[in-house]
Design a protein around this ligand. Structure first.
Ligand SMILES: NC(=O)c1ccc[n+]([C@@H]2O[C@H](COP(=O)([O-])OP(=O)(O)OC[C@H]3O[C@@H](n4cnc5c(N)ncnc54)[C@H](OP(=O)(O)O)[C@@H]3O)[C@@H](O)[C@H]2O)c1
Length: 305
């Protein structure tokens, strides 16, 4: 597993991260097997959120692993806050209490990264700045980032927040290519040329913000997996042919497609299956050619101008 230097941070991380959104219903043994497989494969980055499993994902993660200082030091733990029942909340008070809850559940004194989960329309960036400074000063959070934010939202935060914004977690996969479509179709009078996110990909590259693609195997708003799915016959044929030629599984190709993008994104994979995770990790050894990358893009139904 390749390690990447995360820009504006003091750490290297595996180029593939394990997302823990789906682990709350697993047994302790299943969680331990999944996480230990990840560690064996060289994955050292684990993505959480206070809301996953209503808090149970964080809690069971720590419980299943009998979290202890030696193990904790081997991991980069990221969590998120700001989504509440029926509303979003980036208030200082909520950010601070959410982090305390995550630390308690994760049985740790600090998280390496805290992300603001989904934009709060009522955000007061001065309050976010105060919360971040308190969390940095008391050592509870080392680094900060956002999720699902556009360039102007990040600019607004950056006007007040003193810490670097190091990550932006965005939905991006072979079947969710919104962040690249408009760039390919500039100046065209077609739907794909509509810039829906303010050129967030280029903004992140310009500002050394690492993009973390979430749900890299899902189509729609995580409606299901596109691999081996009859809804995507041409795409699966193409992916399977490339996978066979490279001696890896289709899951590895789906991630290799994301890793091939020069923005050096860090995909967050959400499998709960250790065998599948091992297959996915092979993506780190595969470099798709430029033609292969474009062939997969067009096989997903995208047209080039
Ligand atoms: N920031 C945000 O707003 C946001 C939103 C959603 C998710 N996330 C993060 O992103 C992570 C990943 O999300 P996700 O779980 O939706 O992503 P995913 O990796 O696209 O999907 C994983 C799911 O697909 C299933 N699957 C079936 N066939 C598969 C195959 N061939 N290859 C891979 N998976 C297959 C897995 O089942 P098995 O478990 O049986 O393998 C699992 O249920 C989450 O854990 C979370 O950390 C963030």
């Amino acid at each position: 597993m390749k390690q990447i230097q995360i820009a504006n941070s003091d750490f290297h991380a595996s180029e593939i991260a394990l997302g823990c959104m789906r682990i709350s219903e697993l047994s302790n043994q299943e969680i331990s097997s999944l996480v230990n497989t990840a560690l064996d494969e060289g994955i050292n980055f684990f993505d959480h959120a206070d809301i996953y499993g209503g808090g149970k994902s964080e809690e069971k993660f720590a419980e299943a692993l009998s979290m202890n200082p030696a193990l904790r030091e081997k991991m980069i733990l990221q969590t998120k806050c700001g989504i509440r029942q029926g509303y979003f909340d980036f208030s200082k008070e909520h950010i601070l209490e959410a982090v305390d809850g995550s630390l308690r559940r994760l049985r740790t004194d600090y998280v390496d990264v805290l992300l603001l989960h989904r934009p709060d329309a009522l955000v007061e960036p001065e309050e976010v700045a105060e919360a971040f400074t308190i969390l940095q000063n008391n050592g509870k959070v080392k680094h900060f980032g956002v999720s699902n934010q556009n360039p102007m939202q990040i600019e607004l935060l950056r006007k007040f927040v003193k810490q670097e914004i190091i990550f932006n977690q965005l939905q991006f996969s072979i079947t969710n290519t919104g962040v690249i479509d408009a760039g390919i179709n500039v100046n065209m009078e077609i739907d794909a040329s509509v810039d829906r996110d303010g050129s967030i990909l280029d903004y992140c590259r310009l500002n050394d913000i690492t993009i973390q693609p979430w749900s890299p195997f899902q189509y729609g708003f995580f409606e299901g997996v596109f691999l081996d799915n009859d809804k995507f016959p041409e795409l699966n044929q193409k992916i399977n042919a490339i996978a066979a030629a490279k001696g890896v599984t289709n899951s590895a190709i789906a991630i290799a497609w994301i890793l091939r993008h020069p923005a050096r994104m860090q995909p967050i994979v959400g499998t709960t299956n250790p065998g599948r995770l091992r297959d996915i990790c092979k993506a780190s050894d595969v470099t798709l050619t430029r033609p292969e990358w474009y062939e997969i893009y067009t096989a997903a139904g995208n047209k080039l101008p």
